[in-house]
Write a new protein. Structure first.
Length: 75
């Protein structure tokens, strides 16, 4: 395996990449950091959903909250 020397490639180090207007993941809302304490059985169920559909914990919790937020008035 031969390593490419940047001096020989005509591409100076640091000239590629960097920030670009409009680049990156688009926001879906406001981010707030929270700490959530749940029984282990709930975390196990959340983990099961994550692995079942290759979802992140945030995606699963967001879905649960969005689907059930209308019931918050019943509390």
């Amino acid at each position: 395996m031969e390593l490419i020397n940047n001096k020989d490639s005509g591409c100076p180090t640091g000239s590629r990449g960097g920030s670009r207007k409009g680049a990156g993941r688009k926001p879906i809302g406001t981010t707030r950091k929270i700490s959530l304490t749940l029984p282990q059985a709930c975390w196990d169920e959340i983990d099961r959903y994550c692995h079942k559909g290759d979802y992140s914990v945030s995606e699963v919790l967001r879905s649960i909250i969005e689907d059930n937020l209308h019931n918050a008035d019943l509390l």
